[in-house]
Design a protein around this ligand. Sequence first.
Ligand code: GLN
Length: 296
Amino acid sequence: MAGNLTIDALLTEGVNRLQGAGNRTADDVSTHTLDTELLLAHILGKNRTYLKAHPEQTPTPEQARRYTAFIDRRAAGEPVAYIVGYRDFWTLRLAVNPAVLVPRPETELLVERALALGPAGPASVADLGTGSGAIALALASERPQWSVTAVDISANALSIARENAATLGLTRVEFLKGAWFVPLRNRQFDVIASNPPYVSETDTALKGATLQHEPQIALASGPDGLSAIREIVSAAPDHLKRHGWLLLEHGSDQATEVAHELVARGFGHVRSHRDLAGHWRLTEAQWVAPHEDTLK
Ligand code: GLN
């Protein structure tokens, strides 16, 4: 790819280049057009609509060079979000870097369900393993009356999550460092939401073109991918108010097992939901049993 190409020509070349690098991962195939558009729009400082409206415009040679370098990185599997430094999630633009998982559209389902289940008025809400802050910040942006606490074990993740909170003016969100409930000792919430790691540590997808660029600590969780979820389910009742909700994202083949764990732990109203791709992606459950403290 060289200079003097129009926007339209650059996009076509980009798609061809990504197709040439193709069959690295099956799930990438449908995103070539979107990826090239996102990369070029970013370089031009415009949105994707602008590209459609001005296909004949000619970016500068320097812009074309940067675009080619971005396409090369994408062809090697690097997520677009890391290349441009952000990903749009819910209504928010979130800064991301390789310390955090790239927020995915299916996680918006978790936000939707938390908004639907949580109290209409003031409430306390925790997001475990917040990463870029996606869930916590989306909830805080929708419900100014909620007190949102975001937890992550990674200092690098927390620093990007805090940066996002500041950029978005969501300064009331509390950030705590630690594993799951460790920094939440003696605290109870109306809603606990988490998109924990849930991929089996033996899953070859972890070494695939895309996932290999993302933090393994945010993806892999024990032999069956359920270690983190089991840990959260087991401790959650100590941190939920009576009638509080736990919402967990999980793998598309894990809904039955996650529901089973929740029922066994004493949760009620256990219900799984499909994401927009039709995969069982989320299970919610309500803490209806009396608190264990009151039984002791
Ligand atoms: N949905 C991610 C993937 O399979 C996994 C995210 C996670 O483990 N929380 O690519």
